[in-house]
Structures are given as C-alpha cells and as structure tokens.
Design a protein around this ligand. Structure first.
Ligand code: BES
Ligand code: MN
Length: 445
C-alpha cells in the first residue's frame, strides 16, 4: 500500500526506542537524535548535535536575517517506558495504522507533533525557498525525565538561542477537530522514600507484633497526604496558589469536556477529587499530590507470612502558579519526617522539579497564534490550561526572556505514557498546516 511520505517518515521516527530513563536504550536514543539531525541537515538547515551528560540536544537554524522575528520551535524525541508491555495490541516500536490512527510509543508525545513542524518548514522551504522568520529548532532527548541538562544548555548557549518567542506542540486538544491554545502548564516536583525496618525479611509469626512493619508505615505516610475530601494535608502546600480568574472558570464551563467523557476515558465508575472544584479545574488549575508507585513485601502468587524489611513509595506533586517547586519539595520532606511512624528509618530521595507556567493568551504573539490555529482548523481555538508539565518552558522565560505558546495536538484518548499510545494521521497534517500558518502570523507581529 502506498503511503503519504509525511506519514512514512513519522513511522521511521517512531521505530527508534528512545526511552530516556532507561540506560539500556542509550544507543537507540542517540540514533534517534542522529536521524533527526540528518533530516534537518537535508532540508538545508544548519544543524548541530550537542552531547550532554545525558542525551543529546539537536539544534537547527535557517540563515538569520536582521529585521525578522526569531521563533524557536521546541520538541522532545525521548519517550516514556512502555510497560506493561502485555497490554499493547501491537509492539510499541513497530508502528501500525488502523482506521487512520497511528499506534506507537511517542506517536503523540511528542514525535508526531514536532515532526509535523519540521515537515511544515520543509514544505515552506521547498515552495518559497525561504522562511518568513528566523527559526531555531531545539529538539531534546530528556523531557520525560525532567530536562535535567537543558537549562544548563540554555545558559551556556544563551546568545545563539536568543529568540522572540517559543512555540511548542506537546499539549492537548480539548476534542477532535477543536484547535486548542494552552496558556498554562502545571509544574512538578518528585520525591521518593524508602522505609527500612529489620535487616532482613522476617517470619511474621516469630517477630510480628514486636517489630514495626515498613509496609504498614509506608501506607500510613501515603494516607497522611490527603484528607477525606481530597484536600492535600501538607502544611503550607496551598499558601502560594493563585486563585482562578473568574473569566477562566466561566470559559471552561463551555468546553466540550464533561464528567461522563472523563469516566468513559478512564473506565472509573465515579470521579473523585478536591471538594469545591470541577474536574477540569482539578486536573489543570489545582495542585495535587499523587502516589506513582508503592511497594514492599511479597508480591508473588499465593501467600507468604513475612514481615518485609523494606517498603517504598514514589510521589509527585503537580503545582500551579505561584507555587515554587523547591519550596514545595522542602514542605513535603518536612511533612514526611513529621508523619513517619515509629520503628522504621526513612531514606528520602529528592527527584526532579519543573515550574508551573502561565502566559497571557491575548498578547500580540498569543493573538497571532490563535489566528494561526483558526486558519488551520476553520474554527476559533479553545483556551485552556494544561494539567501536564513541560519542565523547560519556564526556563525559556527566565534564561532566554521568551514567552512560550503551547499549541498541541494530543487528543483526550491519545494514551500518552500508557499502552496503545496513538495519534491520528489527520493530526499530523493539521499540525503541519499550523506550522505554516504560524510562521506567517508571527512574521506579521
Ligand atoms: N507532553 C507532556 C506534557 C503534557 C501532558 C501536556 C499532558 C499536556 C497534557 C510531556 O511530554 C510530559 O509528559 N511531561 C511530563 C514531565 C515530567 C516527566 C517531568 C509530565 O507531565 O508528567
Ligand atoms: Mn510525556
């Protein structure tokens, strides 16, 4: 079957298993960066692959001319792990297309989106020989692990990376066919604990009752995070949370997203969250405390009468303006220390952090982006905040002085980070059209 070359190219990109968190995938991740750099070079852009202590950063630019706007387009070629593998209908790095939808890890998040921008630029260059703006592509390989090496990279290359604004397609659409401008992102901070009790797993009949059980202790710690109404119980957690604007609460009521859709997407019978807020407010504009993993003790078939020597939990906290991730991480550590049950020792590992972000959707560039979205879809964009995080976005502001426009194409059922991640072929084309309209609109501001 002959296939559109834009689609073929995405399938090739999706075959790289560029899982950034897993050292076993280092070569695949490097190979993915090499492929992207070769593509950009082939388009006539001046391209560099910069090694970092982690995965490489790919930077490409056209010939910059004075008097033109400079736009940076950011994306990430790394992906999340694929487990549980048995829940995939087809192998995660062997993309298949069914009914116009591409299934593969990274199809939505983020290969199918940044590649569409590259293809849009390629098309403009082919047709017109040049672009209406000075362009910088910045494609990194560590977004899914918190972009640990990108802020230092921005600082070290501040002058070459100077730009008027950044555009990113790595966020969601409220529904198929509805162009979506995201004017906010949540931030994040991660903390992991290991609780240690006896030096080895013990017979629970011989020792149980006299020695603290680390699995019980970890459950108590987890339970201390929320009250029964879903309110986070960490002292000072909400102190810096900026209240929602009334225009936002009003606008979100009209969005084509409702609780019934949320239930059917997630397969839950009943929704639950912080009292006093709607689901969209809870998922995009309120901070949360989540347990991402918890473990300890016997996990095999049948029963085993054991008192485990260790237990662990991994936590992340989604943050909103104006919470400061470092400050919240300190509050979390204090809370965990205060609530640690007796008889166990705690090792705390402080993980990565990213700041929340908010931009004015009605700024000159914001309005230009809204026009570009409208031109590519034939309807006015929805304005939302995103619940997810893109850790580097706030650094674009603080290091480069540039605002970021978030113009994403992930559908609510894209299954990013989950088995059967998918991306409609249609969205690849829509994102390419957006790129072309965006460059034109930005040039006019
Ligand atoms: N594309 C997402 C961010 C996102 C998710 C935007 C959902 C809109 C809706 C990005 O690749 C991502 O997954 N970020 C991580 C960052 C973390 C690993 C530091 C996230 O939000 O969990
Ligand atoms: Mn992601």
């Amino acid at each position: 079957m002959s296939q559109d070359h834009h689609v073929e190219e995405l399938l090739t990109l999706l075959r790289f298993a560029s899982i950034s968190t897993d050292p076993a995938h280092k070569e695949q991740t490097q190979a993915c960066a090499d492929w992207i750099a070769a593509k950009l070079t082939g388009m006539g852009l001046k391209t560099e692959i910069h090694p970092t202590p982690g995965h490489p950063v790919v930077v490409a630019r056209n010939e910059h001319k004075p008097g033109r706007r400079t736009l940076m387009i950011y994306g990430h070629y790394d992906v999340q792990p694929v487990d549980p593998l048995n829940l995939w209908d087809s192998p995660p790095f062997e993309p298949v297309i069914k009914d116009g939808i591409i299934y593969a890890r990274g199809s939505t998040d983020n290969k199918g989106q940044f590649l569409a921008h590259i293809q849009g630029v390629e098309e403009t260059l082919k047709e017109k020989g040049e672009l209406p703006v000075n362009l910088i592509f910045l494609i990194e390989g560590e977004e899914e692990i918190g972009s640990p090496n990108l802020t230092p990279f921005l600082q070290a290359h501040k002058d070459e990376l100077k730009c008027d604004l950044v555009a990113v397609s790595d966020t969601g659409m409220v529904a198929p066919g509805v162009p979506t401008f995201s004017y906010g992102l949540r931030g994040l901070t991660a903390v992991e604990v290991t609780l240690k009790g006896p030096v080895m797993d013990l017979h629970s009949g011989i020792f149980g009752g006299a020695v603290a059980n680390p699995a019980t202790a970890v459950a108590r710690l987890v339970a201390s995070l929320h009250d029964a109404n879903g309110h986070v119980q960490i002292e000072g957690f909400y102190d810096d949370v900026a209240p929602l604007q009334s225009w936002e609460r009003d606008a979100w009521k009209d969005l084509p997203m409702d609780d019934a859709a949320l239930k059917s997407l997630t397969g839950v019978q009943e929704l639950f969250g912080e009292a006093g807020f709607s689901s969209i407010e809870r998922t995009t504009a309120r901070p949360t405390a989540e347990v991402n993993g918890i473990g300890g003790g016997y996990q095999g078939p049948g029963s085993k009468t054991v008192l485990p020597s260790k237990a662990m939990a991994k936590f992340t906290f989604r943050l909103v303006p104006n919470q400061d991730p470092a400050k919240i991480q300190d509050l979390v550590v204090k809370h965990l220390e205060k609530h640690l049950p007796p008889g166990v020792e705690m090792e705390i590992h402080r993980g990565h952090s990213g700041s929340p972000y908010l931009v004015d959707p009605q700024s000159g560039f914001g309005v230009a982006a809204q026009r570009a979205l409208e031109a590519s879809f034939g309807r006015k964009p929805a304005l939302i905040r995103e619940g997810g995080s893109i850790p580097i976005v706030q650094a674009f502001k603080t290091v480069l002085g540039a605002d970021t426009l978030l113009l994403g194409f992930a559908l609510p059922d894209c299954r990013a980070h989950s088995p059967n991640e998918n991306y409609p072929v249609e969205n690849l084309h829509a994102c390419r059209r957006l790129n072309r309209a965006l460059l034109e609109e930005i040039a006019k501001v």
